[in-house]
Design a protein around this ligand. Sequence first.
Ligand code: SAH
Length: 260
Amino acid sequence: MHGVRPKKFLGQHFLKDQNIAQKIVNAISSIDSKDTILEIGPGTGVLTNYLIEKPFREVILIEIDRESIAYLRENIKAPNLRIIEGDFLKLPLEEIASDELSIIGNFPYNISSQIFFKVIEQRNQVKEVVCMIQKEVADRICSPHGNKTYGILSVLIGAFYEREMLFKVPPGVFIPPPKVNSAVIRLKRKTNMTLNCDEALFKKVVKQGFQNRRKTLRNALKPIILPAELTQESVFDKRAEQLSVDDFINLTQKIQHWEK
Ligand code: SAH
């Protein structure tokens, strides 16, 4: 047993099931000598031990917990391993690696949404993400439109990444067990990363649309102040959750067109 005491405020739940750890690492689709992998929150290295067996060019760990860092430095050694002590949310990716990378991790659940927002912002550098998160958040991310769980994260991530729910993980395989179920998801960046509309406006429309998800878009988007001729169109009779990612892009284009 390792001597790292799990700290609740850091969202530390250590995975003890080796089969699941291996399955998560094997879910990364691009593993070769050109690939860099970045692990967020390695803790005591249950995933790291499998990562260093793969032919990655570099395995980079970012961990905020000093005690885990000391444990990792002492116990896990590999020529292509780089260990960084710090807060993933505060470290600019381009300072960590100059090239593209993939991200893996059993994420600290309390900051998982913030991690995804950062990935979206830095998508030029992040080609893939395989991560374990709270099942409920995984459902929201992977949900198709027309579903109650479909929301802001589904659309914003779905605009740039293919979203896949891989498998569920019960609380009992962690020390200490979390109060929620977990799930592993994979995000693969789309080949075409350019959004065919204004990005800031797209985010505004998505966020505003879901803010009042039971209202029609005509009502939910009122704060954006749109001309009546435009909001007469039938798309405004719908609610945000009825629109696919492409529908949101088309809607943003229409609004843009009017604003010009
Ligand atoms: N990968 C390990 C630990 C998962 S728990 C395992 O599967 O057993 C989540 C880990 O994220 C903890 O080790 C915690 O210290 C770390 N962490 C929490 N906030 C972080 C942050 N902002 N940046 C980097 N690591 C963080």
